[in-house]
Design a protein around this ligand. Structure first.
Ligand code: GMT
Length: 375
């Protein structure tokens, strides 16, 4: 099969899933063409030189009349080139805004029967996709796609509620490479970042308001009152500075380490004792799944698709949105009980391997492509 994948190249989960999908499909013998404004970062790390992988940079030409150069048009035009020159049969748009719209436009321009599959990731439907500047275009891109997938049942339902109640949407869960993301002792990382005997809590995100980084710090401060502990913050974004100053206010700044943007988080994750994600909304929570795969229990708010990923009290802890006291109390209880903690570590790993292993969900995407080509 020959397909083109349009995605964001940065550290967000949608770009990660798109890239991992493309890499895995290429290893299965498919020809995969990535389109974006720069190579997706995981492609640079793992896809270098792969014979079935192509990267096509979307060039956005400046022009004196353009205050805002139209990326979506440049992407659609590049898609048409790739479809015509490489015989691409499927355009797979990851994140509807604007990729689905560009793909639908490219299909119309290509006039050769190329199909559009759009994978909805979350805020493309629930947040930015609802913005009145984008909603009609987002709705159009989604409705006019030839097939739709969503990364959780929750997101599929939200899409039907907010965008199109008659849309057929397959749920293809996000996945993790359980060989690369695996439990490890990580003593070196712990020795470098923590004092002996400390419990290590970890948060990874883009530090946008939806992630509630302030709550991460407040939960940590409660835990740090009860036991020696350290908080590692990985990633960058608008709320990181505020989280750091909150740590100062709460008197825990000396135990909070901001590690910045990191590429190989599979080397950091296994060093943690728990992963904190008190998000306001989360269609799936890929970072929590990657933590589980490393045997690190996630401690999360019970929102969006997170309850589909984590079984409360078994493979992680869930609490109502905003209830930092409940999350902190349950976390302290877990970290104070070595046997319970070990059991939950093992259960988190088991769930990641049994339900969200990469092979199963790559096959689900392959089947979705086959259905499209037969339609
Ligand atoms: O919406 C975002 O915050 C960005 C987006 C992304 O590109 O990472 O995240 C969404 O897609 C991820 C991959 O499918 C999901 O794991 C995240 O839960 C989802 N974020 C939200 O729903 C807030």
């Amino acid at each position: 099969m020959k397909l083109a994948i349009a995605c964001y190249p940065t550290y967000g989960g949608s770009g990660v899933i798109a890239t991992e999908l493309g890499l895995a499909l290429a290893s299965r013998g498919h020809e995969v063409h990535f389109l974006s404004y720069q190579p997706p970062y995981r492609l640079s790390a793992f896809g270098e030189g792969h014979p079935n992988i192509y990267f096509h940079e979307v060039q956005v030409t400046a022009y004196p009349l353009f205050r805002y150069p139209p990326y979506d048009l440049a992407l659609a035009s590049r898609m048409v080139d790739v479809v015509h020159h490489h015989g691409v049969e499927i355009l797979h748009a990851h994140y509807a805004v604007p990729h689905a719209v560009s793909a639908v436009l490219a299909r119309e321009m290509a006039e050769n029967g190329v199909k559009v599959l759009t994978t909805l990731h979350g805020t493309d439907v629930t947040l930015i996709g609802q913005d009145k500047s984008y909603l009609p275009a987002t709705r159009y891109g989604i409705r006019r796609s030839d097939a739709l997938t969503a990364v959780s049942h929750h997101l599929a339902e939200e899409t039907r509620r907010l965008i199109c109640d008659d849309c057929e949407i397959d749920v293809v869960y996000n996945f993790v490479d359980t060989e690369r993301y695996r439990p490890a002792r990580c003593q070196e990382t712990r020795d470098a970042l923590c004092r002996p005997g400390e419990k290590v809590l970890l948060h990874i995100s883009n530090f946008r308001p939806v992630k509630r980084a302030d709550q991460v710090v407040r939960i940590f401060a409660r835990v740090a009152e009860a036991m020696p502990a350290r908080l590692m913050l990985v990633g960058e974004g608008p709320d990181l500075a505020r989280a750091e100053s909150l740590a100062e206010e709460l008197g825990v700044a000396d135990r909070v380490v901001a590690l910045g943007q990191r590429g190989e988080i599979e080397r950091i994750l296994p060093a943690a004792d728990a992963f904190i994600l008190p998000s306001e909304s989360e269609s799936f929570g890929l970072a929590a799944l990657e933590a589980m795969s490393c045997g690190v229990p996630p401690v999360v708010s019970a929102v969006g698709g997170l309850p589909e990923v984590i079984e409360d009290g078994v493979s992680g802890l869930l609490a109502p949105l905003g209830d930092e006291e409940a999350l902190a109390d349950r976390l302290v209880a877990l970290l104070s009980d070595d046997a319970a903690h070990e059991t939950m570590r093992a259960e988190a790993r088991r769930r990641a391997v049994e339900e969200f292993g990469q092979d199963r969900w790559i096959t689900a995407y392959e089947k979705a492509y086959e259905r499209l080509l037969k339609a």
